[in-house]
Design a protein around this ligand. Sequence first.
Ligand code: SF4
Length: 351
Amino acid sequence: METNAQFLDRLTQPAWIYEEESNGVRCLACAHQCLVLPGKRGVCKMRTNKDGVLHSPWGYVAAMNADPIEKKPFMHFLPGSLALTFGMLGCNFHCDFCQNWVSSQTLRDPASASALRYIREIQPEGVVAAAERAGAKVIASSYNEPLITTEWAIDIFNIAQEKGMRCVYVSNGFATERVLKALQPTLDGLKIDLKCFSDEHYRTLGGRLEQVCHTIQFAHDLGIWVEVVSLVIPDFNDSTQELWQMAEFVRSVSADIPWHVTAFYPTYHHTSAGRTPPETLQLAAEIGQEAGLQYVYAGNLPGRVGSLENTYCPHCQSLLVKRWGYRVEENCVTDENTCPQCGQVVAGVWH
Ligand code: SF4
């Protein structure tokens, strides 16, 4: 009988984001840069070396939904539009608080095997057609870590771009320069998690702080629209000092990068900490504002974080976009991407 790994290995195609080495292939789709020996798989478990050729997942989705772009979350990227969001399986991290662990921990955690039941084989044209049917202006790769399936995403994004759609990633940011350069021609927006500001903690999740910071800087330098999200977890990353460090780092890249501080709820193996109280998000947001960030948002607690779901003009403080949760109730940004009151340019992708 076919194993889950064999089934997933059938749903692959030869990859191209890698280099050959004398004894295997060096995958460059994420910062692990695994040396994958013949017959073996990388840290993500999804990219495999078949007879000296790296293969990556292709030709399926494990989830596909038309979501508000605010759910990704993007606040400065076509507010109020729908994002046809697809996900595959697997991840290069193993966060014990993952809210998508059933799709991310495939072949790593046996409890996530049920995710394979949701696999639907599809071609890139089929994903774009689904976006057209839904009236989505955006296509998003999310739910699992998109970096590990970048060849598949680029095949979809090329078609979507021809149809005038915008394309985004919802990623943990553990990228290489090579994969970001490969994505840059088709990737319009990148949401990156900044999960903490402790390298020690990052390593327990399977990553490295310095590399995620480099991705934020490098993607911004490439001209990709970047928004940063920090899930604020009690006793993990919610000290005043660590919140300051995260905010100051984002500010050092650009004051125009939106920083989302979002509320945690106990999940997967991280159930000892309680939910993030609204007061903690308020404090984190104040820290972001004091650090000099122009746009700070509090998420996952709709209606409970005061004005922190809205966008205000950083110059005259006029209300620009009014939101309740994922719903946009008002959007006053002009066709010239400016504040209608004072003419200040508002950073983002508005049209
Ligand atoms: S995507 Fe990352 S984890 Fe997966 S094989 Fe490539 S380098 Fe390794």
